[in-house]
Each structure stands twice: as structure tokens, then as C-alpha cells.
Design a protein around this ligand. Structure first.
Ligand SMILES: *Cc1c(COP(=O)(O)O)cnc(C)c1O
Length: 215
């Protein structure tokens, strides 16, 4: 299934006049065991997403020992008490969404001598229950991360409101990223990754379309 999705991504790049290879297909392997992940690694996938630090720690150190060129991305909320583990294990974090976490990540990166690719998560639908910095606070927060904390912010990430057409939200994220000169756009999941590719996604996060439904 991974190869089918990769093929769809490559077709969408052509259709939407994107440069070949512009779109990184991230395989979201949360809830799946190493034995389910290995076949996808054998098919050549090298970018994986997990949403829990602890779960990732149980499976990825062993897999990374075999597949050294794997890039591991954290796409779920980061608790401050997990920052050290996250900075040590992951290559990118897509959920930087508040000053406290920006502070912790900056401090931990310095301590470990690591510099991750970081995305700011935006609460694009201004939903009360959703993670992410609000649109109103985004400018100031982005400035804080980059210029006060020196973080390597590479892009913006969003999860649009459920049961809505994602397109206007993706378009808005693209517009905001452009105002900061940020190229990275982490948006699009199994149901809407083609729409996201049309609207400039550089990282699509696909789980169930590759692995089937999560149990
Ligand atoms: C689980 C998850 C995905 C993948 O969702 P699918 O619908 O299974 O493709 C993408 N992004 C985030 C943040 C997730 O938690």
C-alpha cells in the first residue's frame, strides 16, 4: 500500500505542477508495531511520524539501528517533561505551539548539541479543544521562536476542523507561511493529501491509507 500512495503522490505533484520530490510522504506509524513497520521500510519509506514520545521509544531505537537513514517526526502534542527524550529520538517536531515548549526545546537542543527541524502547529480553525497557537498570536510566536530562541523553524503545521472542507484551511496556512518566508507546510492526511498537495504541502502525514484502519 505504501508504494500505491507514493505513486499517487508523484502523480499529484505532476498534476499540480509541483517540482518532483517537493512533497515528502510521511508514513504515520502510530499504534502499529515494528513488525508492521518493517515491510514499509523494506519498500523504501524513510520518513515516519509518531504521535507519542513513549510509544516511539519502544519501537524506533531498534529500527533506526537497522535503517540508519530513517527520519523520525513527532506529530503529536509534546509535554514539557518529555522534551529531553523527544529531542534525542526525533529529527523533527511538528507541534511547537507555546512558549513553554519553545523554551524547553531550545534548552534541550543546546544541552544535547542537536538542531531539529521544527514546525509551528497552528490552530487553523480556532477550535477551543484543539492544540496549536491561535492565528491571532502566530506572528508574535513565530518571531519569538526564531529570533528570541534561535529555533530552526522550517514551516507551519495544521489539522483542519473535522467534517469541513480542508481546502480553505490549507490555503490559509500556505498564505501565513509565505508571510514568514517559511517553505515547510505540514498538512494533509489520508483523506485529503491530494488537496494539500494542490495547496503547497511539503509534508503530508499519511497513516490509515497505508496501514489500514488503526485498531
Ligand atoms: C494520526 C495522524 C495522522 C494520520 O492520519 P490518517 O488519517 O490515518 O492518515 C496525521 N497527522 C496527525 C497529527 C495524526 O495524529
Amino acid at each position: 500500500m505504501y508504494l500505491n500512495i507514493l505513486d499517487e503522490v508523484e502523480r499529484a505533484e505532476i498534476k499540480e505542477s509541483r517540482q518532483p520530490g517537493d512533497v515528502n510522504l510521511m508514513v504515520v506509524s502510530k499504534t502499529f508495531a515494528a513488525k508492521d513497520i518493517e515491510p514499509v521500510l523494506q519498500q523504501g519509506a524513510r520518513i515516519f511520524g509518531e504521535n507519542r514520545v513513549q510509544e516511539a521509544q519502544t519501537k524506533w531505537p531498534d529500527l533506526k539501528a537497522i535503517y540508519a537513514d530513517v527520519e523520525l517526526h513527532l506529530i503529536g502534542p509534546l509535554q514539557s517533561n518529555k522534551t529531553a527524550e523527544a529531542v534525542a529520538l526525533f529529527d523533527a517536531i511538528h507541534t511547537i505551539d507555546r512558549k513553554k515548549i519553545a523554551d524547553y526545546v531550545a534548552k534541550e537542543q543546546q544541552k544535547q548539541g542537536r538542531e531539529l527541524d521544527l514546525f509551528i502547529q497552528v490552530n487553523i480553525g480556532d477550535e477551543a479543544q484543539k492544540a496549536g497557537i491561535s492565528l491571532a498570536e502566530l506572528d508574535e510566536f513565530c518571531h519569538y521562536c526564531r529570533h528570541q530562541k534561535g529555533l530552526n523553524i522550517v514551516g507551519l503545521m495544521c489539522i483542519p476542523p473535522a467534517q469541513h472542507d480542508a481546502a480553505p484551511y490549507f490555503a490559509l496556512l500556505q498564505k501565513r507561511a509565505k508571510t514568514f518566508g517559511l517553505k515547510g507546510l505540514s498538512m494533509g492526511m489520508s483523506a485529503d493529501f491530494k488537496t494539500a498537495i494542490r495547496l503547497g504541502a511539503t509534508h503530508i502525514r499519511v497513516g490509515s491509507a497505508i496501514f489500514g484502519q488503526r485498531g
